[in-house]
Ligand binder design. Sequence first.
Ligand code: GLU
Length: 437
Amino acid sequence: MSVRLRFAPSPTGYLHVGGARTALFNWLYARRHGGVFVLRIEDTDVARSSDEMVGGILEGLRWLGLDWDEGPEVDGPHGPYFQSARLDKYRAAAEQLLASGQAVRDEGAIRFTVPEGRTAFTDIVHGPIAFENEHIEPFVILRSDGHPTYHLSVVVDDIDMRITHVVRGDDHISNTPKQVLLYEALGAPTPAFAHVPLIMGPDKKRLSKRHGATSVTEYAKLGYLPDAMVNFLALLGWSPGKGDQEIFSRDELIAAFTLDGISGGNAVFNTEKLDWFNHHYLQQLTDDALRSAIEPLLGAGTPKDPAWWAGVLGLLRPRAKRLTEYVDQLQPFLRGPAEYDAAAVAKHLSAPGVVEHLTALRGVYEATGPFDEATLEAALRALAETRGVKAGTLIHATRIAMTGRMVSPGLFEMLVLLGRPVVVERMDGLIEFLGRG
Ligand code: GLU
């Protein structure tokens, strides 16, 4: 029998990293076993659902590359399914339970009658779980307005879509006994359940806005690559059992994925780890691919010369961990400083004599040749020695002249890439600025 899994988000919020990981685990398991991955939008709570959220969820899943397999032709040939288009099915199931005496109508709503006994299931992650039915309140399955509650719609759909494995957040464990009772009342076999522990912030509290970005689309905007996010999320609470290996391609993840490898303990979302993955995947990109990823973020007026790109990317690659860092660190190569950072000026340019030292260095850089790293560095150090100042003084001043800031990629490599005329012009700019002060 082929496996069938689903991701069933409620469009009452964006695609949170926790939801994305749930989707990923379902997708990996379906792909591992050549099964089916269904996307089902649980939008029966009309007041709290919105098209905007649906759009954000689809965008997030597409960005991650988690493709879904079947459904009515809605947004592409494979669905997703929308529960709001399936209300008849839930009403029919409620009527069926009413007719078989397993539900009662009260004040317009239809309420499930909880039988006596206990309800047990074996969770793949947490092991055997049992609830005494006397602790389960008779619960509403169809509201008086004809809309199903979550418990009814989720079970009716999981039966109808022949879902074999329900993989979802462990905040749903307490909902599971009610759902198991509904499967039984509707005469259907229960699927296997795997409840995945929550994702925590570094302070061990449930991951939330307080910890920074939480939606997948925000991470896309921050300059993370989908492959890095997928690799990072896959290892958040799941262990492939392959020793120290952490870098896994999608195919490797698919080949290694098991539900048994999901840990029962909460996973901690560590942004530095995500950055580490992202740096790795950025390093794997060719210059052309990296350039195509960066260019849309830079806007118009970007140089087209491949040699220019090779030089600049070569300089930035070792350090940049996000696409947005490339964008930021590329600025000095595109234009001179719009302003000089006040803290940088105060820290490095306020000592007496700095303008004179900088002017002297400008004279050297205008004349000295060849304009390469070794020559520029040696010339700066020799001048510092002659003038009795630290080389750092000249280095800081030159960096501020080029970038307006205190930090930049390697100064001498940058000077070479900028070229002599630009270097001299920017030194003049800072000299003039300091002279005015
Ligand atoms: N729609 C539910 C949610 O977003 C998930 C239901 C399920 O996976 O069973 O929390």
